[in-house]
Design a protein around this ligand. Structure first.
Ligand code: F42
Length: 144
């Protein structure tokens, strides 16, 4: 079994640590926004290491939409390439931990429908998309 390698970003690493060590009862919101976060566990596409990425919680039925917004930065976050390589992930939503598989959603009308859910859950996504020339990748994680 590969090792877990924590994020190099301190506040992200701290959030994962608190979320997981509390069994999903603490550290489950983005800073002081009060908006819920999930933890996606996946595998590094080069190292094979276990990675844990907190993302905003965007629910679609039994699934979750994963939004590679990275605050509207010009480049995709690295986890995008990890999910494209290996779509098998684990999603932790507070105390629930679920094995899921992701698929990237690029085509209308599904993408438009999911994007509307994303902006409803976390309105700054709209502003992030306006800041960057890349189309923000979206993945739908569904139960296996
Ligand atoms: N980011 C989002 O994009 N969307 C969100 O909705 C979001 C919400 C959110 C909520 C709470 C929170 O704490 C953080 C949140 N973030 C959100 C930030 C998110 O958790 C990630 O930190 C951010 O998206 C950056 O992801 P990243 O995968 O680019 O992370 C970088 C910093 C990173 O971990 N880099 C590693 C490193 O060591 O530099 C590499 C990680 C990796 O996967 N390496 C691969 C491997 O094989 O292991 C190789 C990668 C390669 O191809 O070179």
């Amino acid at each position: 079994m590969a090792d877990y390698v924590p994020s190099p970003i301190q506040w992200v690493r701290d959030q994962v640590e608190l979320y997981e060590s509390s069994g999903g009862t603490e550290g489950t919101e983005l800073l002081d926004t009060g908006l819920p976060v999930v933890i996606v566990t996946h595998r590094g596409n080069r190292t094979g290491s276990i990675r844990k990425t907190p993302l905003m919680r965007v629910k679609d039925g039994d699934g979750y939409v994963l939004v590679a917004s990275q605050g509207g930065a010009p480049k995709n976050p690295v986890w995008v390439y990890n999910l494209r390589e290996d779509p098998n992930v684990e999603v932790r939503d507070r105390t629930d931990v679920m094995a899921m598989r992701v698929r990237e959603v690029e085509e209308a009308p599904e993408r438009e429908r999911l994007w509307a859910l994303c902006v409803e859950a976390f309105p700054p996504y709209e502003e992030y998309q306006g800041k960057t020339s890349r189309t923000i990748p979206l993945f739908l994680a569904e139960p296996v």
